[in-house]
Design a protein around this ligand. Structure first.
Ligand code: UD1
Ligand code: UDP
Length: 376
């Protein structure tokens, strides 16, 4: 039997973090698998931060990002670029992770060429097409044409069963984000002196780490998030609020305008992944609308306040680590204040076991790919 030739496609920061363990696992098993790596470049700087750290080299970089791109323009560029990559490499299957435009288009482009599609992080659902927007649509479309669904948890596998996906196409693998995190956190704890120097301005006190970029929060949502952070910064002058700001101009503009001049609010560029892992580990609690950060924080025993009304990751919510606070100013202020002042409540929100994975997801995913007989 010849080696399996999968085409692994990714384009944004979180996809690169979650695909890195899969690429590494393929390279570790080079006797049976020959991975081809294609970057869409939906992100530019934020993608490079991750590929550099994990030493991922691309066979093709489509370099598609344009400033302030619209979803339809980006989708059109992805279709052309990915289809030409499929024609050029003629892979045995296509693999992509999550719910971005890159993933939705990769799945459809594979379908049009009658190639099997492997969906990593399959089956996440809120049931609401408007939240997260447009990601709930992206992942549902991808699921329709997916051949092998790698669900991170039993809950996500159940979502697929409810949509009548055949049982033999569903596999529970864990989430590769935990594979990446466990690898990175060990390295960054060992090299912590470097980050302590860089972040000397945080001192030794408490830190609230903040991220936010969801499109459904653009406009009023971001203004309210910023007002809440400003109020908290005034109420807790001994707490440092560190916010690495996403490069999307719809985020940069309100955040820099509304939070730019508070002494204990630190706005920075997006942190390279190793640095961000250290910052999560250093933080007291995390205020975020990110999907990936919701999954990572329980491994570091950090409570998370999620600035959304709903989540496709209910496991940590049910376990008590996550609270949904939306973008309402009073709700955010009240919830962060409670965690900063009530030690028992804080302890109750720290998990011992991460429900999203055990660090072995990539190995399972590659095993499953090799079992399909696509290279016969
Ligand atoms: C995208 C994904 C979202 C994911 C997020 C992770 C879609 C529709 N959205 O949202 O699901 O959670 O990535 O961060 O797929 N930009 C830069 N440099 C970068 C990255 C972005 O300048 O490295 C700016 C550009 O102006 C770009 C804009 O941000 O046009 C938006 O990027 P885009 O990938 O379209 O959307 P995100 O909001 O990043
Ligand atoms: N992350 C990072 N630097 C930052 C913020 C986040 O490296 O400044 C990492 C984080 O550890 C997680 C991923 O990026 O693995 C989450 O990406 P993002 O929040 O952009 O997207 P989402 O997960 O919501 O799709």
């Amino acid at each position: 039997m010849r080696r399996l030739r999968p085409l692994l496609i990714f384009g944004t920061r979180p996809e690169a973090i979650k695909m890195a363990p899969v690429v590494h696992e393929c390279l570790r098993r080079a006797d049976s698998i020959e991975p081809i790596v294609c970057l869409t470049g939906q992100h530019r700087e934020m993608l490079a931060q991750v590929t550099d750290y994990f030493g991922l080299s691309a066979d093709l970089d489509l370099a598609l990002m344009q400033p302030n791109q619209t979803l339809a323009e980006l989708t059109a560029r992805c279709f052309q670029g990915i289809d030409s990559a499929l024609a050029r490499f003629n892979p045995d299957c296509v693999v992509a992770q999550g719910d971005t435009t890159t993933v939705m288009v990769a799945a459809l482009a594979a379908f049009y060429r009658r190639l099997p599609f492997v969906h990593v992080e399959a089956g996440l659902r809120t049931g609401n097409l408007q939240a997260p927007w447009p990601e709930e649509m992206n992942r549902r479309v991808a699921s329709i044409v997916t051949t092998v669904h790698c669900a991170p948890t039993t809950r996500s596998a159940d979502n697929l069963r409810a949509e009548h996906v055949p049982e033999q196409q569903i596999f529970v693998t864990g989430n590769t984000v935990i594979d990446a995190l466990l690898w990175a956190v060990e390295r960054e704890r060992a090299g912590a002196a470097r980050w302590q120097d860089k972040y000397a301005r945080l001192g030794n006190g408490r830190v609230v780490l903040i991220t936010g970029h969801r499109r459904e929060n653009f406009g009023q949502g971001f203004q309210d998030i910023c007002r809440a952070i400003a109020t908290l910064a005034d109420q807790f002058p001994d707490v440092q609020f560190l916010y690495p700001v996403h490069l999307n101009p719809n985020v940069q503009e309100p955040v820099r305008a509304l939070l730019g001049n508070k002494p204990n609010v630190h706005l920075t560029e997006p942190a390279p992944y190793p640095e961000f892992v250290w910052l999560m580990d250093r933080s007291t609690l995390i205020l975020t609308d990110s999907g990936g950060v919701q999954e990572e924080a329980p491994s570091l025993h950090k409570p998370i306040l999620v600035m959304r009304e709903t989540t496709e990751r209910p496991e940590a919510l049910d376990a008590g680590a996550v609270e949904l606070v939306g973008t309402n100013v009073e709700r955010i202020v009240e919830s962060v204040s409670r965690l900063l002042t009530d030690k028992q409540e804080y302890a109750r929100r720290q998990l011992d076991v991460n429900p999203y994975g055990d660090g072995q997801a990539a190995r399972r995913i590659v095993d499953i790919m090799l079992q399909q007989g696509w290279n016969q």
